[in-house]
Design a protein around this ligand. Sequence first.
Ligand SMILES: NC(=O)c1ccc[n+]([C@@H]2O[C@H](COP(=O)([O-])OP(=O)(O)OC[C@H]3O[C@@H](n4cnc5c(N)ncnc54)[C@H](OP(=O)(O)O)[C@@H]3O)[C@@H](O)[C@H]2O)c1
Length: 335
Amino acid sequence: MERRTIGAAALEVGAVGLGCMPMSWAYSGSRQRGDESLRTVHTALDRGATLLDTADMYGPFTNELLVGRALKERRSEAFVSTKVGLLVGEQHIVANGRPGYVRRACDASLRRLQTDVIDLYQLHRADPEVPVEETWGAMADLVSAGKVRALGLCAVGARSHRRSGARLHDGTIRQLERVQQVFPVSTVEAELSVWSPEALEGLLPWCEARGVGFLAAMPLGNGFLTGTLTPGEGFEPDDVRARHPRFTAEMMAANQPIVAGLRRIAARHSAQGADVTPAQVALAWVLARGRHVVPVPGTKRECWAAENAGAAGLRLTTEDLAEVAGLPSARGSWD
Ligand SMILES: NC(=O)c1ccc[n+]([C@@H]2O[C@H](COP(=O)([O-])OP(=O)(O)OC[C@H]3O[C@@H](n4cnc5c(N)ncnc54)[C@H](OP(=O)(O)O)[C@@H]3O)[C@@H](O)[C@H]2O)c1
């Protein structure tokens, strides 16, 4: 697989990563596939998808334990990215950015991951009660202590901090400017996909101009862009899509033209001999956003990890990119 070098710390990773979240969190059936999840991680590594994206919050904690088990014999082949700053409480998910907490959480993540060093430590969400510079300073101390190689910031929850009239990621950029004064940001992780392109405006150019890597979360639109979900599909109550405005039967039907466009492009490539899927087209579109971009498609299934890794070899043509640009904007919004 093509390799990409990203961020201040010149991190080298496979162009496509693996999001480990669905193995333990957020999607139906996430707790029932322990052994397949281990094989999924190994398949991703076999195909060159080295960046494994996890978080202490996923599970909570079980996702890191799973990644630790999967890497027991293969730690040197993987690039481990985990996150700090969110805790699963009785009723709500709460932020904690206090320096003492960050130090303890890092030690706990290292134990669960069965490793001496975390390749990328990301701030999952800033704590509104703690100046972000303080949290980031504590994370920088972990780099000095040799427990962490590089730091990243997540901007996936930016929607809730949006000011009226502002672009989605304006608040994130202000936060990035502040933490850059303390210690270099190596990566930003935010949602980016064919149906959620907001990061292209502002955030992605900000990263490119400063040599900051961009990890594209939810690059498959929570599975919708793969074309394997049908409108009216029921989601279990613990599945994020049960509450997601784009996953009502009405919005899934309204957004079918987007999937149809990805299918057409996949069919054109398949007609030339390659076996290309809509999921691979969706990932190739993300990869074509810049050499600093690494999509982290999430899956718990071996077959899909292999398929997603295969997207690194797919080059979209100018005609393909123009066709994606001409697709209708997604219907159904959080705002
Ligand atoms: N920083 C943050 O706050 C944040 C927030 C969200 C996500 N993330 C990261 O981003 C990663 C990706 O996001 P995501 O997992 O939510 O969304 P995603 O990658 O857009 O989609 C994941 C969904 O697509 C399905 N899928 C994956 N590959 C497929 C394929 N080739 N064909 C058909 N279906 C396929 C998966 O099914 P199965 O579950 O059945 O495998 C899962 O339901 C996460 O794993 C996580 O590491 C970070």
